[in-house]
Design a protein around this ligand. Structure first.
Ligand code: ZN
Ligand code: ZN
Length: 90
């Protein structure tokens, strides 16, 4: 192990503390975002974004009750079960 002087030790501790805080903040943020269940959808371009958690929910969908495209097994997870549009579009 390299010898660190006082200043270097101080900086090392500071960086370690910030890293720890950052990790905790990231966990708190993830938990807060994941706890958003009833998204309030706003249309941004062709996308649906939740006004509360800011999650990108995918394509905006006029036919979907949730206002974003959803896919299920019946269409092989490719086409929206509401509007029939594919998940990959130009
Ligand atoms: Zn949300
Ligand atoms: Zn759709």
């Amino acid at each position: 192990m390299a010898y660190l002087d006082k200043k270097q030790k101080f900086r090392k501790n500071l960086i370690e503390q910030y890293r720890k805080i950052l990790r905790e903040d990231q966990r708190n943020l993830r938990e807060a975002v994941d706890s958003c269940r009833d998204h309030i959808v706003i249309k941004i371009g062709y996308s649906s974004v939740c006004d509360i958690c800011a999650k990108d929910l995918g394509w905006y969908c006029v036919d979907s009750p949730n206002k974003y495209c959803e896919y299920d097994e019946s269409s092989g997870w490719i086409d929206c079960k509401h509007c029939g549009q594919p998940s990959i579009r130009k």
